[in-house]
Design a protein around this ligand. Structure first.
Ligand code: PEP
Ligand code: MN
Length: 261
């Protein structure tokens, strides 16, 4: 059991580099419309992004907030992904949606609010697709790793761990990005670890420094909210960066990721 190692005194640290290159997943928080996603996907592919994210089913804190387009949104995501040769990432919120999601999406994302949805994790253990497991906003590293064991136990070890910030007393940022989790989880699990600087900070201007910091901490990639028109989004506009900002972040990334080679 991976979590047994959490109690070990002499944990052997093994830093793995499972991806050929630093993984960059980018896209809007939600699929707002077909046109929005098509325009954003086209521009992301032009700047070398390989993975497109966008939510069709959302776990919104308020029931009055935009809940997503559902299957229609998944269709737009699949269309944009195949047109621009981008792998797709979208959030799974319920066991009932697994078959549907698997028809449309390349990588399933478990959001922070579902990290302890054990029936969902068990069901994701039985699928044949990668799963990104976000850290619960109020969960310890131990609990997060144990959550990954639910997926592994079903037979699916195609897991990517995603640090997305935790709740602290600090309220200048949306959450507090726990970058120490990156080398810790890389040492205690065989899984790649990526960082979501968008939900971690809640502020577009902090995405660049936190992305570079994640790369310096040894992360295997990032997931960033980015859109062709961040000011006119249905969700998370304040933390969403422009395509041009993402391009400027990506230009300098190799000089940081190279420190780990
Ligand atoms: C998301 O990535 O779309 C998301 C909702 O993030 P989180 O679950 O980390 O809040
Ligand atoms: Mn979001």
């Amino acid at each position: 059991m991976i979590s047994d190692k959490l109690t070990g005194q002499n944990t052997k640290h093994f830093f793995r580099r499972p991806f050929d290159r630093f993984l960059v997943i980018a896209g809007p928080c939600t699929v707002d419309s077909k046109d929005q996603l098509e325009e954003t996907a086209a521009k992301l592919s032009q700047i070398g992004v390989s993975h497109l994210r966008a939510g069709a089913f959302k776990m919104r804190t308020s029931p009055d907030s935009y809940q997503g387009l559902g299957e229609e949104g998944l269709q737009y995501l699949q269309d944009a992904g195949s047109r621009y040769n981008l792998e797709t990432v979208s959030e799974i919120i319920s066991v009932a949606d697994i078959d549907l999601m698997c028809q449309y999406v390349d990588i399933l994302l478990v959001g922070t609010r579902n990290m302890q949805n054990y029936p969902l994790l068990k069901a994701l253990g039985m699928i044949n697709k990668p799963v990104i497991l976000k850290r619960g906003m109020a969960n310890s590293i131990r609990e997060w790793i144990q959550a990954s064991e639910y997926i592994k136990k079903g037979g699916n070890d195609n897991i990517i761990m995603c640090e997305r910030g935790i709740r602290t007393f600090e309220d200048y940022t949306r959450n507090s990005l726990d970058l120490s989790a990156v080398p810790i989880v890389k040492s205690l699990t065989p899984y790649p670890v990526i960082v979501d600087p968008s939900h971690a900070t809640g502020r577009a201007e902090l995405v660049k420094p936190m992305t570079w910091a994640a790369a310096a901490a040894g992360a295997d990639g990032v997931m960033i909210e980015c859109d062709a028109d961040p000011l006119n989004m249905k969700c998370d506009s304040k933390q969403t960066i422009t395509i041009e900002e993402l391009q400027s972040i990506l230009e300098k990334l190799p000089s940081i990721t190279n420190i780990w080679r």
